[in-house]
Design a protein around this ligand. Structure first.
Ligand code: 3PG
Ligand code: MG
Length: 410
């Protein structure tokens, strides 16, 4: 049994609390284009400040090569202040004199955002010396950034060996949701895996097929599976070099007595463009000039009836080319059905990874799912069954005594 401590176990009053958040948010014209990640971190920030802690926010942003004003966290910090409706101080560096002076000037309840941790090489190298410079700024460390837990970086991993560690509220919620998704789910469990390419989801498929009763495959990657079964896919996206791999996955599912559900019909068009003429065909009728761009109505029905017989859903990746109407229809219809089953307490619905949040936002179901993760790579790696460095360190570095603790996994 492994345990991790949460904010509820931390005495933050008057303390300097380093909080790892993920402010790696999409920006457009200097403004935050999607505030979802920031909103997830606000309960932790508010709680620590309200309990009289000094909140010191640590995050990376983008993938800068050294210090680069275009990758500054300053505009993000301003957006966070607006969302919190509280002032937030900003330090132009995350370590050294600038940061130390800014922290020394803080009073209980103050919030300070440090500059992008990736401006320093030590961050991505998980350098203990750099982590030491960060750790000097705080008395405790709260990790509230599941979405970066797959990175063994200094502000995620090395730092957590140097200070007492706690999971923030968003991290706690995420880990609880993931536990309900795969570690300890109510069965039967169905996974929906969509998205363009099989190649990016091979480990995911291999792991999920051992964990779920039914695997529904959608998106461009379903074409490779259809081709593996000898179906015509015309001009559709299809990774021919992975046809044998797709066959192996189908065989593995059979051997384990798990079901793989593939589309039975498709919405096709001559090309991926807005307002093109579309047709609905069965997967046996796709012509040489056709491009499969979404699942058809019978495939939607099929997916919905699987969900109606499931107790838990884990969803990663859209069914069609959802960025373009009408190819978002399959994703929207199935998402809507999952949201309704969730509202009726018949389904635990958990989604995340890459485009998934964007697709479910278009479907307007994010608030009606049990949990939608804002994580991309971290959610995928977790579904692949990998150990995430940021989670491992939460579980192992629990000094001092653990009371009360929470169960993460057996
Ligand atoms: C993400 O957006 O996936 C996380 O913030 C991690 O960022 P990275 O992929 O640049 O490491
Ligand atoms: Mg990423």
């Amino acid at each position: 049994m492994q345990l991790f401590r949460t904010l509820a176990d931390a005495d933050v009053t008057g303390k300097r609390v380093l909080v790892r958040v993920d402010f790696n948010v999409p920006m457009h014209d200097g403004e935050v284009a999607d505030v979802s990640r920031i909103e997830r971190n606000t309960p932790t920030i508010r709680e620590i400040a309200d309990r009289g802690g000094k909140v010191i926010l640590l995050s990376h942003y983008g993938r800068p090569k050294g210090r680069d004003p275009k990758e500054s966290l300053k505009p993000v910090a301003a957006a966070v202040a607006r969302i919190l409706t509280r002032p937030i101080g900003f330090a132009e560096d995350c370590v050294g004199q600038v940061a130390e002076q800014a922290v020394a000037a803080m009073k209980p309840g103050d919030i300070l955002c440090l500059e992008n941790t990736r401006f320093h090489k030590g961050e991505e190298k998980n350098d203990p010396e750099f982590a030491g410079k960060l750790a000097r700024l705080g008395d405790l460390y709260v990790d509230d950034a599941f979405s970066v837990a797959h990175r063994a970086h200094a502000s995620v991993e090395a730092i957590a060996h140097l200070l007492p560690v706690y999971a923030g509220r968003a991290m706690q919620e995420e880990l609880d949701a993931l536990k309900r998704a795969l570690l300890d789910p109510v069965r039967p469990v169905t996974a929906i895996v969509g998205g363009a390419k099989v190649s990016t989801k091979l480990n995911l498929l291999s792991n999920l097929i051992t964990k779920v009763e039914t695997l529904i495959i959608g998106g461009g990657m379903a074409n490779t599976f259809l081709a593996a079964l000898g179906k015509p896919v015309g001009k559709s996206l299809c990774e021919r070099n992975l046809i044998q791999t797709a066959r192996d996955i189908i065989a593995k599912a059979r051997a384990l007595n798990r079901a793989i559900v593939l589309p039975v019909d498709a919405v096709v068009a001559p090309k991926l463009a807005a307002h093109v003429a579309t047709r609905v065909l069965t997967v046996d009728e796709v012509g040489a000039e056709d491009m499969i761009l979404d699942i058809g109505p019978r495939s939607i029905e099929q997916a919905v009836s699987v969900l109606a017989r499931s107790k838990t859903l884990v969803w990663n990746g859209p069914f069609g080319a959802f960025e373009l109407e009408p190819f978002d229809n399959g994703t929207i219809e199935v998402a809507e059905a999952a949201a309704e089953l969730t509202a009726d307490n018949r389904l635990v619905s958990i989604a995340g990874g890459g485009d998934t949040m964007a697709a479910l936002n278009i479907a307007g179901v994010v608030d009606r799912f049990t949990y939608v993760s804002t994580a991309g790579g971290a959610f995928l790696e977790w579904l692949e069954g990998k150990k995430l460095p940021g989670i491992e360190v939460l579980q192992t570095n629990r000094t001092p005594a653990v009371t009360p603790a929470r169960v993460l996994s057996e």
